[in-house]
Design a protein. Structure first.
Length: 200
């Protein structure tokens, strides 16, 4: 008799749910399709996660945790953050699609895990503030605005590949991504660098 493995079953459900939600959104997603693709059952999914919204919240929480662990904003390398974020997002485009689906379905003040996620971004803002105190980032910049701007630099390339294709006028490729990544890092460093006026 085959031994039941809850962790393996949960992992299969998560993989199927990520694809389902990223492709069809929360409203269009179907639990029976997730169950079929996960080689599981609707009853088991409801037993583990509750309703469809709870499953989406669990999937998004898991993917955002992976992002937080993989991409760290360090006070001594603030400009490099955008490059690391670009690497993660281009390798995991479902994350941005999931966040976009959340924005369509949930009011900003009602997102799952609001306090924890806000605190996570506050840590990034704090890292920029420490870099400002150490003199490596322009102290006249609002730290929270700087964090949001750095994250925004990555979004269009990943979220709208058709716009990327039209603007850059060349197909996506590893070489193109490498060049664009280098551009993003250099752009960030120049934007964050203290000006002569701010150093007086």
């Amino acid at each position: 008799m085959t031994r039941y493995d809850r962790a393996d079953t949960t992992a299969r459900i998560f993989r199927a749910a990520v694809e389902e939600f990223a492709t069809h959104g929360i409203s269009g997603a179907r639990v029976d399709r997730i169950a079929a693709n996960a080689d599981s059952s609707k009853a088991l999914i409801y037993s583990y996660f509750g309703d469809k919204e709870a499953l989406f919240a669990a999937v998004l929480r898991s993917r955002m945790t992976e992002l937080a662990e993989a991409v760290v904003l360090r006070p001594d390398h603030v400009g490099d953050f955008v490059g690391d974020l670009f690497d993660f997002m281009t390798a995991n485009p479902d994350v941005l699609r999931l966040v976009s689906q959340e924005a369509l379905h949930v009011a900003p003040d009602a997102v799952p895990d609001f306090d924890e996620r806000r605190d996570h971004y506050a840590e990034k803002t704090g890292a920029v503030a420490r870099a400002q105190a150490e003199g490596s980032v322009d102290p006249t910049l609002d730290p929270a605005f700087a964090v949001l701007s750095l994250m925004g630099l990555v979004s269009w390339f990943v979220a709208a590949p058709q716009i990327t294709r039209l603007v850059l006028d060349e197909p996506d490729s590893p070489a193109l991504r490498a060049r664009y990544r280098e551009h993003l890092v250099e752009l960030s460093r120049r934007a964050l660098r203290p000006s002569a006026d701010s150093e007086r």
